[in-house]
Design a protein around this ligand. Structure first.
Ligand code: ADP
Length: 552
């Protein structure tokens, strides 16, 4: 068999996904739709997959044995932010360190039973302060979700709990649409915690309560909780509700149009929400470094009647079940965009299949240290690998080093080695194409041209500036690393992929501060500068609109 024929066949091979039990059906559907195939343990090599999706955390060994062509859908210890008590603790610490003005976006919270005395002091203080409207509290079990076990109360005599809970100030003046309470399910994808790289999804879900908001019936879950898992069982769920329609969901697009009709500056609101996301993730940074992972978080944001956004909680494995047509539209595209964000190259399928292919013809591609194998050939095209002694299995280490900014020398070494590779196979031509400087029109078509033949059926949007955010400017950046979410062209995080918009790093200084470990102090200083710049100019222009918005 000619080497070229072999390469051509391998390039046409699809990417491979691996699903653990209980992964929502839509994940499989979307990947199959894109031309991927499902991993078959009996037929395939253990490493012969590109994406492993689980609903539960991976084992340490999964992170250690990751290969350059693979991605995992969780980071180690992401739970630090998704358990209600851990999150409350982290935010409290940040409030203490950086001031409550910046971190006042999460309702005051107490972890019970530990904080019982502090809570009682606060409860009594609130009760005694004359002339203020009464304070309400919400009690939530720390490790439950979907509205289970929640209790809202005003009087301490109604407060009972039998497990670890957090008690939060209840936001009793939520924004209402036609009398119905709502919150936002914002999707956030972290492609790396080191260097910190955060994307928010422009489309999302507005989730309504299905009975009108009423503080005189605190035990009516359909009036006070916006979880779909609860409201879909409410008597009004299927009924047409004036002002919001049937069901209990809107898209963000619809919500933004609604806000604009009423003269609300949705751009400013979204900037505030993005600040919340960054400040929240900074509270847990740095997580233990791990390469080739990503984490999809569901941020629950409540907006009050002054248009101030509040963070309620951060969800691990945000629900991907399809309860209605709005879910299907938003979540299907979300998953397609996630796969785009994972930035697979043709070579990812090739590499994974090359091992299998070579085995089939009786040749084992060595994971050698010499730089002569096709596995290494791809290494400097893929992520931030490049150590002379880098094997595929050690790609994790090199990515970590890259994050520490220590790979410049190493990249040069690998490039030297790569020059010795045979160049006339399809593989090497592909490599050459990927390494060649692009014209601007080629660059525009970049993602499309790199997609696997037959593997992608989803129309990918080219990189374009966000409607809501300034496009991050990395022109003067000096990063030499190449994590998977970096563009080949300028070795910077791709500013926009589908509806995912890069929100961190948001400028050169933030990028530098997140490279060598995470310099939270400098980053917060940058955020302060930005916030200070944003507000005065807006206030001058549209005082009326800004009046709606509380300061961040
Ligand atoms: P769960 O993980 O059980 O969904 P959440 O913290 O998301 O817990 O709370 C469920 C719902 O309760 C939210 O979607 C929101 O409607 C309401 N809620 C939670 N916390 C507050 C709060 N502090 N103020 C007002 N409403 C809240």
């Amino acid at each position: 068999m000619m080497a070229d024929d072999h390469d051509a066949r391998e390039i046409l091979k699809p990417l491979v996904f691996r699903l653990h039990e209980n992964v929502p059906a839509i994940v499989r559907e979307v990947l199959l739709e894109r031309g991927w195939t499902e991993f078959d343990k009996k037929e395939q090599d253990d490493t012969d997959w590109n994406l492993y999706w689980r609903n539960s955390p991976f084992r340490r060994t999964d992170y250690c044995s990751i290969k350059p062509w693979q991605r995992l859908n969780h980071y180690p210890e992401a739970v630090r932010i998704t358990r209600k008590d851990y999150l409350a603790r982290h935010l409290k610490r940040m409030k203490g360190a950086y001031g409550s003005a910046l971190y006042e976006f999460s309702p005051v919270a107490f972890i019970m039973p530990n904080d019982y005395v502090k809570f009682m002091a606060e409860y009594s203080k609130e009760k005694q302060s004359l002339g203020r409207r009464p304070t309400y509290w919400i009690c939530k079990p720390v490790d439950l979700s979907r509205g289970r076990g929640i209790l809202i109360f005003q009087d301490i005599k109604d407060f009972v709990y039998d497990c670890t809970v957090i008690v939060q100030k209840y936001i009793s003046n939520p924004l209402l649409i036609s009398g119905y309470k709502l919150d936002l399910r914002l999707y956030v994808c972290v492609t790396s915690f080191c260097p910190l790289t955060i994307y928010t999804y422009e489309e999302g879900l507005v989730r309504f309560a299905t009975e009108k908001f009423d503080l005189s019936s605190l035990d009516n879950v359909y009036s006070h909780l916006t979880n779909t898992s609860i409201n879909k069982y409410g008597a009004s769920y299927k009924k047409y509700k004036e002002g919001i329609g049937c069901g209990c969901k809107w898209t963000f697009s619809k919500f933004r149009s609604y806000l604009r009709i009423y003269g609300v500056d949705d751009l400013l609101l979204w900037k505030k929400i993005n600040n919340i996301v960054i400040l929240t993730l900074l509270a847990v940074a740095p997580l233990p470094a791990a390469s080739n992972c990503f984490e999809l978080f569901g941020f629950d944001i409540l907006i009050d009647d002054k248009f101030k956004p509040w963070l309620l909680e951060v969800n691990y494995n945000p629900a991907l079940c399809l309860d209605c047509s709005i879910d299907a539209t938003v979540k299907r595209k979300l998953l397609h965009d996630i796969v785009e964000l994972l930035n697979y190259k043709q070579i990812d399928a090739l590499k994974q299949n090359q091992v299998a292919g070579m085995k089939a013809i009786g040749t084992r591609v060595p994971l050698s240290k010499t730089g002569e194998s096709a596995l290494e050939e791809a290494t400097d095209l893929l992520t931030c690998q490049g150590e002379a002694e880098c094997t595929a299995a050690s790609s994790v280490q090199s990515a970590l080093q890259a994050a520490k900014g220590s790979v410049r020398k190493v990249v040069t070494q690998t490039k030297k080695t790569a020059r010795g590779h045979p160049r006339k196979t399809l593989t090497s031509q592909l490599r050459e194409r990927m390494n060649m400087p692009k014209t601007s029109s080629q660059a525009k078509a970049e993602t499309k041209s790199k997609q696997l033949p037959g593997a992608v059926h989803y129309p990918h949007q080219s990189v374009q500036p966000s409607r809501w955010l300034p496009t991050p400017d990395f022109r003067n950046c000096k990063l030499t690393t190449f994590p998977y979410f970096f563009s080949d062209r300028d070795q910077r995080p791709i500013p926009r992929v589908g509806d995912f918009v890069l929100i961190f790093p948001f400028n050169e200084a933030a990028l530098q501060a997140s490279r060598d470990g995470t310099d939270v102090k400098s980053i917060i200083q940058e955020i302060n500068n930005l916030v200070n710049k944003q507000l005065p100019s807006k206030q001058q222009k549209t005082k009326k609109r800004v009046d709606y918005l509380a300061s961040v």
